[in-house]
Design a protein around this ligand. Structure first.
Ligand code: IDP
Ligand code: MG
Length: 143
């Protein structure tokens, strides 16, 4: 998901480009202005953290672009592409390492496990909004 700072800073196209160029497949995409209930649900694992209320306000602060990305090892690959949670520690070449500095403004979210992906997809998408299709280059991306 491109978070509100990523949208405000005009990073949506750049982030989507990286995902497409890597060979991962976009099977769902929309724009949402996250409300309080959705924010709490999305970040419930962090409810006891000192930064929780700032995090909820951050994710509610403007439109976000949630996406469902499919592909072999998509979760692991995307987390590597996104980089460390704290952009100061994120490697150059990662989205966070190239485009941001502050842990509280790290422009993207990416699910960290199949379980969290399933849960997070269900927060933002209805099953009917996800597309089942083959990318024309799949036989060139995969042996
Ligand atoms: P992740 O986004 O890399 O999975 P998490 O540890 O799940 O990182 O934290 C969720 C989000 O909470 C982060 O992306 C960041 O926006 C925010 N966050 C995490 N740690 C801090 C912190 O120490 N201060 C402020 N915000 C934080
Ligand atoms: Mg996380």
């Amino acid at each position: 998901m491109v978070k509100p700072d990523g949208v405000q800073r005009g990073m949506v196209g750049e982030i989507i480009s990286r995902i497409e160029q890597r060979g991962l497949k976009i099977v769902g995409l929309k724009a949402v202005w996250v409300d309080d209930k959705t924010a709490m649900e999305h970040y419930k694992e962090h409810a006891n953290k000192p930064f929780f209320s700032d995090l909820v306000n951050y994710i509610k602060s403007g439109p976000s672009i949630p996406m469902v990305i499919e592909g072999r090892d998509a979760i692991t690959i995307l987390r590597k592409m996104v980089g460390a949670t704290n952009p100061e520690e994120a490697q150059v070449g990662t989205i966070r390492g190239d485009f941001c500095i502050d842990v509280g403004r790290n422009i993207v979210h990416a699910s960290d496990s199949p379980e969290s992906a399933k849960m997070e997809i269900s927060i933002y998408f209805d099953e009917s909004e996800l597309m089942d299709y083959t990318r024309i280059d799949e036989k060139w991306v995969f042996e």
